[in-house]
Design a protein around this ligand. Structure first.
Ligand SMILES: C[S@@+](CC[C@H](N)C(=O)[O-])C[C@H]1O[C@@H](n2cnc3c(N)ncnc32)[C@H](O)[C@@H]1O
Length: 214
């Protein structure tokens, strides 16, 4: 039996729109790119993993719920060339576009709600999510349905049986993700993340898991 997370403002578009309005101001005034969710280490761990897997520099990479786009900036710095980010907040896309432009990086950004069918986005070799499935799961209304719509979008965006879906979550454990995705996706790898020990039990603060299509 799957339990739903308690709804939160982090699951609403209003929250993200206003938070990126603030971050655009901070970026324009102080050059501060804003929050990198779950810290830079968790972003770098995924980038290092992709590089270590020798994922082709021409691979088509899509970042879901890209926010300020710093994950894609990190990949561009590694030489990846076919980079796309989508977010349902037009303000996030504006911030990400400004940052890419200022760094003279050629990254494509689009506004799209991933809980709606997205037939125009195309197909990708690597689809990445850091904190976006978490945000969708926190939606105060119909979170279960939203998660399932999101997952249907993810499946369609994966171009082939070899395409990878790389997800980093702080709200779901690896077992929970594997269970929730079981109908459409199968676990391919775990990207190790730091563990903590509490009351004799070992846990992870964030989980990074790689899936392929079933
Ligand atoms: C926790 S933030 C993570 C941002 C970025 N991935 C990072 O790691 O820094 C969640 C992001 O998902 C976006 N988001 C939430 N629900 C979405 C949806 N249904 N479609 C597209 N983007 C969504 C939010 O606007 C926000 O940018």
């Amino acid at each position: 039996m799957e339990t739903e997370l308690d709804g939160s403002e982090l699951g609403t578009k209003e929250y993200w729109d206003s938070s990126y309005t603030r971050e655009i101001g901070n970026y324009k005034n102080h050059g501060d790119v804003g929050e990198i969710w779950f810290d830079e280490d968790s972003q770098q761990r995924v980038i290092d993993w992709l590089v270590k897997q020798k994922i082709d520099k021409q691979a088509r990479v899509l970042d879901l719920g890209c926010g300020n786009g710093m994950f894609l900036v990190g990949l561009a710095n590694e030489g990846y060339e076919q980079l796309t980010g989508v977010d349902y907040s037009a303000n996030a896309v504006e911030l990400a576009k400004n940052i890419a432009q200022d760094n003279q990086m050629n990254i494509t950004y689009k506004v799209a709600d991933l809980t709606q069918p997205q037939d125009e986005l195309g197909a990708f070799d690597v689809v990445h999510d850091k904190g976006t499935y978490d945000a969708v799961s926190l939606c105060p209304e119909n979170p279960k349905e939203k998660r399932s719509l999101y997952l249907a979008t993810v499946e369609k965006l994966l171009s082939s049986a070899d395409s990878l879906f790389v997800i980093t979550s702080c709200n779901w454990t690896e077992d929970e993700l594997v269970h929730s995705f079981a109908e459409k996706l199968v676990k391919y790898a775990t990207i190790p993340t730091p563990t903590f020990k509490f009351g004799g039990k070992v846990g992870n603060v964030v989980t990074s898991v790689v899936f392929k299509k079933r």
